[in-house]
Design a protein around this ligand. Structure first.
Ligand SMILES: O=C(CO)[C@@H](O)[C@H](O)[C@H](O)[C@H](O)COP(=O)(O)O
Ligand SMILES: [Zn+2]
Length: 194
């Protein structure tokens, strides 16, 4: 095997090891799915936020609900707070980057909604502010973090700490967990089979 192949095989092994350890947070993932089902079945919505790769994950997961995951059904109201570059740049420029999600939540968030924040460090200031505002508004907060939950820990109704310290591996677990949450919500809310 050449050196790249060694790196790849070692990475796969580390990924498999981490996936095997996610069993330890299965009950928190189930709670998160239940919170989304409760919000969506009462006319609420699910909002997602995060930075960098987690911004992409936020968009990906919102699209699973608004579009479809595995089954044909009505859209489930969801959005990523990372998509409107005019709002992001205006709020960032005029109020500060830490306000880019919080201000959008103040604008469109409603009591009974759910906010899912993805942060591998748990320290991203804009996600932390988003959680502070969400809590004031009666929005259920779900944090997907790494082993270190950072400032999000005391602000989270449901905390899902992936037991790893490296951003890329944590993100890979986050998208697996996000897919599960969307899939469980979709199964619960799609019309019954005839
Ligand atoms: O995708 C990656 C690394 O895999 C990066 O873009 C990463 O998301 C960025 O550095 C983020 O700013 C990290 O933020 P956070 O996970 O600590 O909240
Ligand atoms: Zn990445």
């Amino acid at each position: 095997m050449n050196n790249s192949t060694d790196v790849i095989v070692a990475y796969f092994a580390e990924t498999a090891r981490l996936m095997g350890r996610l069993e330890g947070i299965a009950s928190q993932v189930a709670q998160a799915a239940d919170a989304c089902i409760a919000a969506l079945s009462c006319g609420g919505k699910v909002m997602f936020c995060g930075n960098g790769g987690s911004a992409a994950d936020a968009q990906h997961l919102a699209a699973e609900l608004m579009g479809r995951f595995l089954y044909e059904r009505d859209p489930l109201p969801a959005l990523a707070l990372t998509i409107n570059t005019s709002a992001l740049t205006a709020i960032g420029n005029d109020y500060g980057y830490e306000h880019i999600f919080a201000r959008q939540i103040r604008g469109i968030g409603r009591n009974g909604d759910v906010l899912v924040g993805l942060s591998t460090s748990g320290h991203s200031a804009n996600v932390v502010k988003a959680f502070e505002v969400a809590r004031e508004m009666g929005i259920v907060t779900i944090a997907l973090t790494g082993a270190t939950c950072g400032a999000l820990e005391p602000l989270s109704d449901i905390l899902i700490p992936v037991p790893h310290g490296q951003t890329n591996h944590i993100q890979e677990a986050h998208i697996t967990i996000g897919h599960l949450i969307c899939g469980i919500a979709e199964s619960a809310l799609r019309p019954p089979r005839r």
